[in-house]
Design a protein around this ligand. Structure first.
Ligand SMILES: [Zn+2]
Length: 281
Protein backbone atom coordinates (compact mmCIF):
# COMPACT_ATOMS: atom_id res chain seq x y z
CA UNK A 1 0.00 0.00 0.00
CA UNK A 2 1.35 3.38 -0.90
CA UNK A 3 2.21 5.83 1.87
CA UNK A 4 -0.45 8.29 0.63
CA UNK A 5 -3.11 5.52 0.78
CA UNK A 6 -2.06 4.63 4.38
CA UNK A 7 -2.28 8.31 5.36
CA UNK A 8 -5.77 8.56 3.88
CA UNK A 9 -6.97 5.50 5.85
CA UNK A 10 -5.38 6.83 9.06
CA UNK A 11 -7.17 10.14 8.64
CA UNK A 12 -10.50 8.36 8.05
CA UNK A 13 -9.90 6.25 11.19
CA UNK A 14 -9.07 9.29 13.31
CA UNK A 15 -12.15 11.14 12.08
CA UNK A 16 -14.37 8.14 12.90
CA UNK A 17 -12.80 7.87 16.38
CA UNK A 18 -13.45 11.56 16.99
CA UNK A 19 -17.09 11.09 15.93
CA UNK A 20 -17.55 8.19 18.38
CA UNK A 21 -15.84 10.20 21.15
CA UNK A 22 -18.06 13.18 20.48
CA UNK A 23 -21.12 10.97 20.92
CA UNK A 24 -19.85 9.64 24.26
CA UNK A 25 -18.51 12.88 25.73
CA UNK A 26 -20.57 15.95 24.89
CA UNK A 27 -18.68 19.05 23.96
CA UNK A 28 -18.55 21.56 26.81
CA UNK A 29 -20.83 23.90 24.90
CA UNK A 30 -23.52 21.17 24.73
CA UNK A 31 -24.06 21.27 28.52
CA UNK A 32 -27.28 23.23 29.06
CA UNK A 33 -26.49 26.62 30.56
CA UNK A 34 -27.57 27.27 34.14
CA UNK A 35 -30.81 29.19 34.52
CA UNK A 36 -29.18 30.99 37.46
CA UNK A 37 -26.64 33.75 37.05
CA UNK A 38 -23.20 33.37 38.62
CA UNK A 39 -24.24 35.81 41.37
CA UNK A 40 -27.37 33.78 42.06
CA UNK A 41 -25.35 30.56 42.22
CA UNK A 42 -23.16 32.15 44.90
CA UNK A 43 -25.99 33.83 46.83
CA UNK A 44 -28.12 30.69 47.02
CA UNK A 45 -25.25 28.17 47.14
CA UNK A 46 -26.21 26.80 50.56
CA UNK A 47 -29.72 26.05 49.31
CA UNK A 48 -28.40 24.58 46.07
CA UNK A 49 -26.19 22.19 48.03
CA UNK A 50 -29.23 20.58 49.64
CA UNK A 51 -30.14 17.24 48.00
CA UNK A 52 -33.85 18.12 48.25
CA UNK A 53 -33.31 21.53 46.61
CA UNK A 54 -32.38 22.06 42.97
CA UNK A 55 -31.78 24.73 40.38
CA UNK A 56 -35.43 24.28 39.35
CA UNK A 57 -36.53 24.93 42.94
CA UNK A 58 -34.45 28.10 43.07
CA UNK A 59 -35.87 29.26 39.74
CA UNK A 60 -39.40 28.56 41.03
CA UNK A 61 -38.68 30.77 44.04
CA UNK A 62 -37.24 33.51 41.81
CA UNK A 63 -40.32 33.45 39.59
CA UNK A 64 -42.77 33.51 42.50
CA UNK A 65 -44.91 36.39 43.64
CA UNK A 66 -45.65 36.19 47.37
CA UNK A 67 -47.75 38.48 49.55
CA UNK A 68 -46.90 38.77 53.25
CA UNK A 69 -49.79 40.20 55.26
CA UNK A 70 -48.44 41.94 58.33
CA UNK A 71 -44.90 43.17 58.96
CA UNK A 72 -44.83 42.47 62.69
CA UNK A 73 -43.65 39.62 64.89
CA UNK A 74 -44.48 36.92 62.37
CA UNK A 75 -44.12 38.99 59.22
CA UNK A 76 -40.54 40.01 60.10
CA UNK A 77 -39.04 36.50 60.07
CA UNK A 78 -41.30 35.41 57.19
CA UNK A 79 -40.30 38.32 54.97
CA UNK A 80 -36.61 38.08 55.89
CA UNK A 81 -36.47 34.37 55.07
CA UNK A 82 -38.40 34.77 51.80
CA UNK A 83 -36.34 37.76 50.67
CA UNK A 84 -33.15 35.94 51.61
CA UNK A 85 -34.33 32.87 49.72
CA UNK A 86 -34.82 34.94 46.57
CA UNK A 87 -38.59 35.21 46.15
CA UNK A 88 -38.69 37.33 43.01
CA UNK A 89 -41.60 39.60 43.92
CA UNK A 90 -42.41 40.12 47.56
CA UNK A 91 -45.37 42.25 48.68
CA UNK A 92 -45.57 43.54 52.24
CA UNK A 93 -48.92 44.77 53.54
CA UNK A 94 -49.35 46.56 56.86
CA UNK A 95 -51.49 49.47 58.01
CA UNK A 96 -49.61 50.28 61.23
CA UNK A 97 -46.61 52.39 62.17
CA UNK A 98 -43.63 51.17 64.19
CA UNK A 99 -44.08 51.49 67.97
CA UNK A 100 -41.46 51.01 70.65
CA UNK A 101 -43.33 48.00 72.07
CA UNK A 102 -42.84 46.23 68.69
CA UNK A 103 -39.06 46.21 68.73
CA UNK A 104 -38.40 43.23 71.03
CA UNK A 105 -39.80 40.85 68.40
CA UNK A 106 -40.34 42.67 65.09
CA UNK A 107 -36.78 42.57 63.85
CA UNK A 108 -37.28 44.30 60.53
CA UNK A 109 -37.77 47.55 62.49
CA UNK A 110 -35.12 49.45 64.41
CA UNK A 111 -35.38 52.23 67.02
CA UNK A 112 -34.88 55.04 64.43
CA UNK A 113 -37.95 53.68 62.58
CA UNK A 114 -40.40 54.68 65.35
CA UNK A 115 -43.45 56.28 63.72
CA UNK A 116 -42.58 55.01 60.22
CA UNK A 117 -45.14 52.87 58.36
CA UNK A 118 -44.21 49.25 59.04
CA UNK A 119 -44.62 48.18 55.40
CA UNK A 120 -42.15 50.86 54.24
CA UNK A 121 -39.75 50.20 57.12
CA UNK A 122 -39.76 46.47 56.37
CA UNK A 123 -39.39 46.94 52.61
CA UNK A 124 -36.36 49.21 53.07
CA UNK A 125 -34.50 46.52 55.05
CA UNK A 126 -35.54 43.75 52.66
CA UNK A 127 -34.18 45.69 49.67
CA UNK A 128 -30.81 45.89 51.44
CA UNK A 129 -30.99 42.19 52.28
CA UNK A 130 -31.59 41.20 48.66
CA UNK A 131 -31.32 43.89 45.97
CA UNK A 132 -32.02 41.32 43.23
CA UNK A 133 -35.70 40.98 44.13
CA UNK A 134 -38.66 43.35 43.81
CA UNK A 135 -40.17 44.40 47.14
CA UNK A 136 -43.48 46.25 47.10
CA UNK A 137 -44.92 47.84 50.23
CA UNK A 138 -48.61 48.53 50.77
CA UNK A 139 -49.77 50.79 53.59
CA UNK A 140 -53.16 49.12 54.01
CA UNK A 141 -55.28 46.94 56.24
CA UNK A 142 -56.71 43.78 54.73
CA UNK A 143 -60.42 43.25 55.24
CA UNK A 144 -63.26 41.39 53.56
CA UNK A 145 -63.66 44.23 51.01
CA UNK A 146 -60.10 44.37 49.69
CA UNK A 147 -58.73 40.86 50.41
CA UNK A 148 -59.65 39.36 47.04
CA UNK A 149 -58.03 42.19 45.13
CA UNK A 150 -54.85 41.88 47.19
CA UNK A 151 -54.41 38.10 46.78
CA UNK A 152 -55.40 37.97 43.09
CA UNK A 153 -52.41 37.05 40.92
CA UNK A 154 -50.21 35.94 43.83
CA UNK A 155 -48.53 32.55 43.78
CA UNK A 156 -48.71 32.31 47.57
CA UNK A 157 -49.93 34.34 50.53
CA UNK A 158 -48.47 34.20 54.04
CA UNK A 159 -50.86 35.57 56.62
CA UNK A 160 -48.98 37.13 59.52
CA UNK A 161 -51.87 39.26 60.77
CA UNK A 162 -52.93 39.36 64.40
CA UNK A 163 -56.72 39.35 64.05
CA UNK A 164 -59.21 36.60 63.40
CA UNK A 165 -61.28 38.88 61.16
CA UNK A 166 -58.27 39.35 58.87
CA UNK A 167 -57.46 35.62 58.89
CA UNK A 168 -60.99 34.71 57.85
CA UNK A 169 -61.01 37.39 55.14
CA UNK A 170 -57.64 36.23 53.77
CA UNK A 171 -58.66 32.56 53.92
CA UNK A 172 -61.90 33.24 52.04
CA UNK A 173 -60.08 35.30 49.39
CA UNK A 174 -57.35 32.68 48.89
CA UNK A 175 -59.97 29.90 48.61
CA UNK A 176 -61.92 31.94 46.04
CA UNK A 177 -58.80 32.75 44.00
CA UNK A 178 -57.14 29.33 44.41
CA UNK A 179 -54.01 30.86 45.93
CA UNK A 180 -52.05 28.69 48.40
CA UNK A 181 -51.88 30.15 51.89
CA UNK A 182 -49.77 29.72 55.02
CA UNK A 183 -51.60 30.75 58.16
CA UNK A 184 -49.95 31.42 61.50
CA UNK A 185 -50.64 32.86 64.89
CA UNK A 186 -48.72 33.46 68.11
CA UNK A 187 -49.55 34.75 71.58
CA UNK A 188 -47.71 34.33 74.86
CA UNK A 189 -45.41 31.33 74.50
CA UNK A 190 -47.43 29.38 71.96
CA UNK A 191 -48.58 29.45 68.38
CA UNK A 192 -49.71 27.47 65.39
CA UNK A 193 -48.93 27.06 61.70
CA UNK A 194 -51.13 25.71 58.90
CA UNK A 195 -50.60 25.31 55.16
CA UNK A 196 -53.57 25.43 52.79
CA UNK A 197 -53.90 24.34 49.17
CA UNK A 198 -57.33 25.67 48.18
CA UNK A 199 -59.55 23.06 46.59
CA UNK A 200 -57.23 20.27 47.72
CA UNK A 201 -56.69 20.54 51.46
CA UNK A 202 -58.60 21.75 54.51
CA UNK A 203 -58.70 25.53 54.83
CA UNK A 204 -58.37 27.71 57.93
CA UNK A 205 -62.15 27.87 58.36
CA UNK A 206 -62.41 24.08 58.04
CA UNK A 207 -60.08 23.93 61.06
CA UNK A 208 -61.62 26.85 62.96
CA UNK A 209 -65.22 27.35 61.84
CA UNK A 210 -65.87 30.03 64.46
CA UNK A 211 -63.73 32.77 65.94
CA UNK A 212 -62.77 31.86 69.52
CA UNK A 213 -64.80 33.96 71.94
CA UNK A 214 -62.04 34.81 74.39
CA UNK A 215 -58.75 34.68 72.48
CA UNK A 216 -56.44 37.35 73.92
CA UNK A 217 -54.24 39.51 71.67
CA UNK A 218 -50.50 40.03 72.12
CA UNK A 219 -51.29 43.53 73.43
CA UNK A 220 -53.41 41.92 76.16
CA UNK A 221 -51.55 38.70 76.95
CA UNK A 222 -47.99 39.54 75.86
CA UNK A 223 -45.76 37.53 73.52
CA UNK A 224 -42.24 36.19 73.86
CA UNK A 225 -40.01 37.50 71.05
CA UNK A 226 -38.45 34.15 70.11
CA UNK A 227 -41.90 32.49 70.09
CA UNK A 228 -42.89 34.84 67.25
CA UNK A 229 -39.54 34.08 65.61
CA UNK A 230 -40.12 30.32 65.74
CA UNK A 231 -43.68 30.48 64.38
CA UNK A 232 -42.74 32.96 61.65
CA UNK A 233 -39.76 30.83 60.63
CA UNK A 234 -42.04 27.79 60.37
CA UNK A 235 -44.40 29.79 58.16
CA UNK A 236 -41.49 30.69 55.88
CA UNK A 237 -40.43 27.03 55.83
CA UNK A 238 -43.90 25.91 54.76
CA UNK A 239 -44.07 28.70 52.18
CA UNK A 240 -40.84 27.47 50.54
CA UNK A 241 -42.15 23.89 50.54
CA UNK A 242 -45.38 24.96 48.84
CA UNK A 243 -43.48 27.04 46.27
CA UNK A 244 -40.94 24.39 45.34
CA UNK A 245 -42.19 20.95 46.35
CA UNK A 246 -38.75 20.37 47.90
CA UNK A 247 -40.40 18.71 50.91
CA UNK A 248 -43.90 17.67 51.92
CA UNK A 249 -45.83 20.69 53.20
CA UNK A 250 -47.99 20.74 56.32
CA UNK A 251 -51.51 20.60 54.87
CA UNK A 252 -54.78 18.99 56.02
CA UNK A 253 -53.82 19.90 59.55
CA UNK A 254 -51.93 22.35 61.71
CA UNK A 255 -48.96 22.31 64.05
CA UNK A 256 -49.54 23.66 67.55
CA UNK A 257 -46.46 24.55 69.55
CA UNK A 258 -46.12 25.30 73.26
CA UNK A 259 -42.67 26.86 73.38
CA UNK A 260 -42.53 26.95 77.20
CA UNK A 261 -42.76 23.16 77.46
CA UNK A 262 -41.59 22.52 73.87
CA UNK A 263 -44.65 20.32 73.35
CA UNK A 264 -45.51 20.05 69.65
CA UNK A 265 -48.87 18.70 68.54
CA UNK A 266 -49.81 17.95 64.93
CA UNK A 267 -53.57 18.08 64.53
CA UNK A 268 -55.20 16.54 61.44
CA UNK A 269 -58.06 18.45 59.84
CA UNK A 270 -60.35 17.16 57.09
CA UNK A 271 -62.02 19.37 54.49
CA UNK A 272 -65.60 20.13 55.39
CA UNK A 273 -68.21 19.91 52.65
CA UNK A 274 -70.22 22.62 54.42
CA UNK A 275 -67.25 25.01 54.81
CA UNK A 276 -68.45 28.44 53.68
CA UNK A 277 -65.00 29.20 52.21
CA UNK A 278 -63.94 25.96 50.48
CA UNK A 279 -66.92 23.61 50.80
CA UNK A 280 -68.71 22.04 47.86
CA UNK A 281 -72.29 22.12 49.23
ZN1 LIG B 1 -62.67 25.14 54.27
Amino acid sequence: MSSSRRGFLRDIGLAAARQVASRIEPEPDEVPPSRLSEDEQHRYSRHLLLPEWSEAAQVAVREASVLVIGAGGLGSPVAMHLAGAGVGRLGIVDGDAVEISNLHRQHLHFTPDLGVAKAASAAAKLRFLNPDIVVEDYYARIDADNAEGMVEGQDLVVDCSDSFATRYAVNAACCAAGVPLVEGGVVGWSGLVMGIRPGESACYRCAFPLEPADAPSCAEAGVLGPAAGVIGSLQALEALKLLTGAAEPLVDGFLQLDLASLDVLRVSVARRDDCPDCGTL
